[in-house]
Write a protein that binds this ligand. Structure first.
Ligand SMILES: Cc1cc2nc3c(=O)[nH]c(=O)nc-3n(C[C@H](O)[C@H](O)[C@H](O)COP(=O)(O)OP(=O)(O)OC[C@H]3O[C@@H](n4cnc5c(N)ncnc54)[C@H](O)[C@@H]3O)c2cc1C
Length: 505
């Protein structure tokens, strides 16, 4: 189509809306999803124009936002890395290594010229008459308002608000004399030396942060209301070491390790449903020998939910358990009664002294980047909408979103969704269609709508807290989502684009 938006826009009055041009595809988000989407788009449709807008001042999304000590992946990078770009490092990677990997993709695909940082998308309006989205953007640096138009909107905005972390309030916080920090907003100059640190939370962030700071602080206490599951794989996979020592091409090593990890994930997902008690026992028993002798495993490490109803936190090489053994860190499992001037008092009456409290309490979920959508002048209320395969939404024309796996590597789904998007765009071209709208068929109109996430299946706090603002899923395909990777690997490549649920014009 026509113009690509200019890289720099001359500063004008903040109220004036500047026309920033038209693109075939407008991608929102320059994280793992947006960069992957752009790669696939360029690869399959080199002639289509596109732009990537991101509110932050740099690439990486999650890996740019989260720069607390020790930040790393939970997933292995052979599957968290893209299908198309070999991962050359150890299985578990530091945040910086992931950013460096994304930089390579940006560089190899020459994507930098298409990314506009500090561009927050605030509104998107579809016009059927014009067959295009009008996208309102506020620049973070100048406050300027811009207006892009796009034939297709590809939302790669992730699942949580990057600027407002979830910060619960507890009694007595105002009188606390120490410092309270959130991992999403880690102060670069935070001095831990000689400090008593309490980390509230027991998820992946707490499990990552605690071993990273335990050597620096005087003592770290993990304060959890209830325990989580952990798994302690080695940072480096022996098979990768062997293949690399044999000088096997990195592409092969990537593919072999990917298959190995994927089959492990599939086993884990199946077992969590078919034999949850056995998996529970396996996870607990594999932790036990790594903990100090006589440690109260039942109290501190035995979750009340089924494995994989929430993410299993990875503890590479058991580093969290090592700092517990060494006495540099300890665990309290209890509820917070109040903050005091010098710490936190829990229900048992114990007061945990603290100079620094880290609230590793998670996210505020955001629905499609908190963008205000309208279709032909009608505001979209997402709570009344239903997903099409976890990729599109009924009644929203020419809009796809990327939502990765929670239980597997997020990126596995970035590649799969991009393949489907490629098929869809090609199909529209073949049909001469300029518009595609997921639409409930007559036989779907009485479909029972279910919550975005079935609490029986997946119920971490950030999801449970936000069910009432999220769109829904139906009780049949293609109106379902959050299927397992093993299922989608079969379903998505074969998905019928002419089954009547996608209406083309
Ligand atoms: C600390 C941490 C570790 C994790 N580890 C793993 C792991 O090991 N494995 C795994 O599978 N998952 C992991 N996750 C989940 C992780 O979020 C995903 O893996 C993945 O990074 C999501 O990528 P994304 O590009 O979809 O979204 P994000 O990384 O959230 O990036 C979205 C981008 O979109 C931008 N954006 C959003 N809304 C707008 C808007 N309105 N206008 C403009 N820009 C906007 C944001 O600024 C952001 O840069 C982890 C999450 C955290 C927080």
């Amino acid at each position: 189509m026509t113009t690509i938006a200019p890289t720099t826009v001359p500063a004008q009055g903040a109220e004036e809306i500047q026309d920033a041009g038209h693109v075939d595809v407008l991608i929102v988000g320059a994280g793992v999803s947006g960069i992957g989407a752009a790669h696939h788009l360029r690869d399959q449709f080199p002639d289509r124009t596109f732009v990537i807008l991101d509110a932050q001042d740099n690439r990486g999304g999650t890996w740019w936002t989260h720069r607390y000590p020790g930040v790393r992946s939970d997933s292995d990078l052979f599957t968290y890395g893209y299908r198309f770009k070999p991962w050359r490092g150890p299985s578990i990677a530091a945040g910086e290594e992931i950013l460096a990997y994304l930089d390579e993709v940006i560089d190899e695909d020459d994507l930098d010229q298409y990314i506009r940082y500090r561009h927050r998308v605030t509104a998107a309006s579809w016009s059927t008459e014009d067959r295009r989205w009008t996208v309102e953007v506020t620049r973070g640096d100048t406050g300027q308002q811009l207006r892009f138009t796009a034939g297709f909107l590809w939302m790669c905005q992730g699942y949580y608000n990057h600027t407002k972390p979830y910060r619960p309030r507890w009694d007595g916080m105002d009188r606390f004399q120490g410092v309270v920090v959130h991992p999403q907003r880690w102060p670069e100059d935070l001095d831990l030396a000689g400090k008593r640190v309490v980390v509230i939370g027991s998820g992946a962030t707490a499990a990552t942060l605690i071993p990273a700071i335990a050597g620096k602080a005087d003592h770290v206490t993990m304060l959890q209301r209830s325990p989580s599951y952990y798994f302690a794989p080695p940072t480096t996979h022996e098979l990768a070491v062997t293949l690399r020592a044999l000088d096997i091409p990195e592409e092969w090593t990537h593919e072999i390790l990917r298959r190995q990890y994927i089959s492990q994930y599939h086993w884990l997902a199946r077992t969590s449903l078919e034999a949850p008690d056995e998996l529970h026992t396996f996870l607990i028993e594999s932790m036990r020998p790594l903990l100090p002798e006589g440690f109260d495993v039942d109290k501190h490490f035995t979750p009340r939910y089924r494995p994989w109803q929430q993410r299993i936190a990875v503890v590479p090489d058991g580093d969290l358990f090592a700092v517990l053994r060494e006495g540099k860190a300890s665990i309290v499992t209890d509820t917070i009664e109040t903050f005091t001037e010098h710490g936190i008092k829990v229900s048992s009456g114990e007061e945990i002294p603290a100079d620094i409290v880290v609230t590793a309490t998670g996210f505020n979920l955001s629905v499609l980047g908190d963008v205000a959508f309208t279709v032909d002048g009608e505001p979209v209320d997402f709570t009344e909408r239903v997903t099409w395969r976890g990729i599109m939404i009924n009644g929203l024309p020419n809009m796809a979103y990327v939502f990765g796996y929670f239980r597997h590597s997020w990126t596995l789904r970035v590649d799969l969704v991009s393949d489907l998007m490629g098929r869809l765009l090609a199909h529209m071209q073949d049909k001469g269609a300029t518009m595609v709208v997921p639409t409930l068929r007559t036989q779907d109109t009485d479909m029972q709508l279910r919550p975005w996430s079935d609490p029986e299946n997946f119920n971490p706090g950030y999801v449970t807290r936000s069910q009432d603002i999220l769109f829904k899923q139906g009780d049949r395909e293609p109106w379902t989502h959050m299927l397992e990777h093993e299922q989608e690997l079969e379903i998505l490549p074969e998905a019928d684009l002419d089954d009547g649920t996608l209406v083309y014009r």
